[in-house]
Design a protein around this ligand. Structure first.
Ligand SMILES: *Cc1c(COP(=O)(O)O)cnc(C)c1O
Length: 429
């Protein structure tokens, strides 16, 4: 019996009961085991976190909240949800936690439903600068039914905070447009977020402050990034990125009135029955995050990100904003090779077993489906136990693939070396 949770789940899905599904699962387990996962929003969960999602808790409808359900038979589901709530509150040092959002996007949608009216103005960072699609993209509900205004980064190369948030300009934008809500927290922003400064802006213009810490939740939980509390009126997050839990969302606040509104907005306003098997898994992940090992893990995530950024800089790539303070970085490919696009780079790298995603850099001259950049993160590799020396090895493999312009022979060679490297770093147990 393997300690590897992915191999274990493959064993549990009896191949003779559904060979087609079993084969897909086995192939995916092998892919994860033999490739380097550098997508900043992904991670590898422990065996308990993974297996909680494959339990009998999935069999129950538990609409409502602990002690106040719409169906009978929820006594153990109440315990599971209370455990998740209590651990979330302890982890983030706040009064109220709603553990029911199926995803980060659902958590964000329920904030809009709870705190805004259709047509209301809110302020955020635009997707192209590192924001999320739920922060006002035109094709998303947040941009269709509400009115986003965007605050900028410093776009002037000579500015010491080049490609970082321009807080003075954010204040000016907010004073001009008087948003009801200011959103901070991003999907592709490598620097520390100044929640205190955002709260001062919110107070000045009469807005509520919402921190979407989807990417940095694990760092925040471990004290490796400043907490949004006490500054934010409400915070949302995913549970599956740096926090290393199951796929899902979480809403946190210290405000009793906001808590009530948000709870009603999420259910019955937006969702039906909660995913109770996932909520048990969230409780387990929060329990893991409360342990000292989790702080050490997050510290290593940051050290690895810095080591990877340095190793790539040495090889001629540019890291936007000049580096990283958290788990991710945006790599500008142009200084290494003016012709190289993110779209080509991600495909070539995948063929060599290095999994990344193309991502626009601020003021990217290329369109979003092409881009001049890649977003890289270290949470998954750090979970497998890779440290600074391996980051230099990874950067070397990365550069060989891109320098070869995706030459199939070179990519195949690197693919073998990647598999060998992965063989030394087991999945978490
Ligand atoms: C990932 C992310 C989300 C959305 O999470 P899903 O679970 O994919 O819906 C929301 N906000 C930010 C900033 C994110 O990075």
């Amino acid at each position: 019996m393997s300690n590897d949770p992915i191999a274990a789940s493959v064993q549990h899905l009896l191949p003779e009961r559904d060979p087609a599904a079993g084969a897909i699962l086995a192939a995916e387990a092998k892919r994860q085991e033999t490739t380097l996962e550098l997508i900043a929003s992904e991670n590898h969960v422990s065996a308990p976190v993974m297996h909680a999602m494959g339990t009998c808790l999935t069999n129950k409808y538990a609409e409502g909240s602990p002690g106040s359900r719409y169906y009978c038979g929820c006594v153990h589901h109440d315990d599971a949800e209370r455990l998740a709530q209590d651990r979330a509150k302890q982890l983030f040092g706040c009064e109220y936690a709603n553990v029911q959002p199926h995803s980060g996007a659902n958590a964000n949608a329920s904030i809009f439903l709870a705190l805004l009216k259709p047509g209301d103005t809110f302020a955020s960072l635009v997707l192209a600068d590192g924001g999320h699609l739920t922060h006002g993209l035109k094709v998303n509900m947040s941009g269709k039914w509400f009115n986003p205004v965007h605050y900028p980064l410093h776009y002037d190369k000579s500015h010491p905070q080049f490609e970082q948030i321009d807080y003075d300009e954010a204040e000016r934008v907010c004073m001009e447009h008087k948003p009801k809500l200011i959103m901070c927290g991003y999907s592709a922003y490598p620097r520390v977020i100044d929640f205190e400064r955002f709260r001062a802006i919110a107070d000045k213009c009469g807005a509520l402050l919402m921190a979407d810490i989807a990417h940095i939740a694990g760092l925040v939980a471990a004290g490796e990034h400043p907490s949004p509390f006490p500054h934010a009126h409400v915070a949302t997050t995913t549970t599956h990125k740096t926090l290393r839990g199951p796929r899902g969302g979480l809403i946190l606040t210290n405000d009793e009135d906001i808590n009530k509104k948000v709870n009603r907005a999420l259910f019955p306003g937006f969702q039906g029955g909660p995913l109770m098997h996932v909520i048990l898994s969230k409780a387990i992940a929060f329990g893991e995050a409360l342990k000292p090992e989790f702080k050490a893990y997050q510290q290593q995530v940051k050290k690895n990100a810095q080591a990877l950024a340095t190793a790539l800089t040495e090889r001629g790539y540019r890291i936007t904003s000049g580096g990283t303070d958290n788990h991710l970085m945006l790599v500008d490919l142009q200084p290494r090779d003016a012709e190289l696009t993110g779209a080509d780079a991600e495909v070539w790298l995948e063929s060599a077993g290095i999994i990344t995603n193309k991502n626009g850099i601020p003021q990217d001259p290329r369109p979003p489906r092409v881009t001049s950049g890649l977003r890289l993160g270290t949470p998954a590799l750090t979970t497998r136990g890779l440290k600074e020396p391996e980051m230099d090895v990874v950067a070397g493999l990365f550069d060989r693939v891109l320098a070869s312009k995706g030459d199939p022979t070179e990519c195949e060679k690197v693919r073998g070396e990647v598999a060998d490297l992965c063989g030394n770093f087991a999945m978490p147990s």
